[in-house]
Design a protein around this ligand. Structure first.
Ligand code: ADE
Length: 225
């Protein structure tokens, strides 16, 4: 999978993409991430990418020209399955959406800034809009990093134990069961005896029941889906 991210702040991605699972996916050649500085596509001598809103009012608006030029340059090289704009009023990212996106080959992620982007970008250039939650971030970069991470870990071969993505919370509309490691007893706080029994079938049943009980208490709305 190839993800092209169009951003005013490419440096913001250095952290999220250079550690752990995403880093490994890139090293294994299972994921490619390409960062594009939007200013490089401005024809303005000051490399401006924003302007005042026609209606007046507070806040600058991202201009269509640099975005259109950047997307056109990418599309001239290869086809894209989706051009995604990160926006608080987009479709809410959830596990089924991450699963669907992980099946795509080439994605463009456009990070918004300022008061938003010229509406014509959303009408004519973007094919999907995704929000990572009902709150407003300072820009789309953190959302793009979250979306990328949620997709990349699902690409076959990225996780060493194939089943571990399948047993993630939400994959079956249930949250994960509790997990424990050594010591068995910490100051009298003990690990549930059943997990030490060695009986695989009973342990699996216990985990499933824990998942169901936890989901009822913590995220009951998942059971209604
Ligand atoms: N940009 C600003 N806030 C956002 C959010 N919640 N999700 C996606 N993009 C955003």
């Amino acid at each position: 999978m190839r993800i092209d991210i169009i951003t005013l702040f490419p440096e913001m991605f250095e952290g999220p993409f250079s550690h752990s699972i995403v880093k490994r996916a890139i090293e294994k050649g299972l994921a490619e991430i390409h960062l594009h500085q939007l200013r490089d596509y401005s024809t303005d001598k000051h490399k401006r990418v924003d302007d005042y809103a026609f209606s007046g009012g507070a806040g600058m608006v991202m201009m269509i020209e640099p975005v259109a030029r950047c997307i056109a340059a990418l599309k001239a090289e290869r086809g894209y399955d989706a051009v995604i704009y990160t926006s608080p009023d987009g479709q809410l990212l959830d596990q089924p959406l991450a699963n669907r996106l992980s099946g795509f080959n080439n994605l463009i992620l456009l990070c918004g800034h300022y008061k938003g982007v010229d509406e014509r970008i959303r009408e004519h250039l973007v094919t999907m809009e995704i929000s990572i939650g009902n709150y407003v971030l300072s820009g789309g970069e953190l959302a793009a990093a979250v979306i990328s991470d949620s997709i990349i870990r699902l690409i076959p071969g990225v996780l060493t134990d194939e089943s571990s993505a399948l047993s993630d919370s939400f994959q079956n509309n249930l949250v994960s069961p509790p997990v424990y490691t050594r010591p068995r007893d910490f100051n009298g706080w003990v690990v549930p005896e059943i997990l030490l029994s060695g009986n695989e079938r009973i342990i699996e049943e216990w985990k499933y029941n824990q998942s169901v009980e936890r989901t009822k208490i913590r995220r009951p709305e998942l059971l209604n889906d």
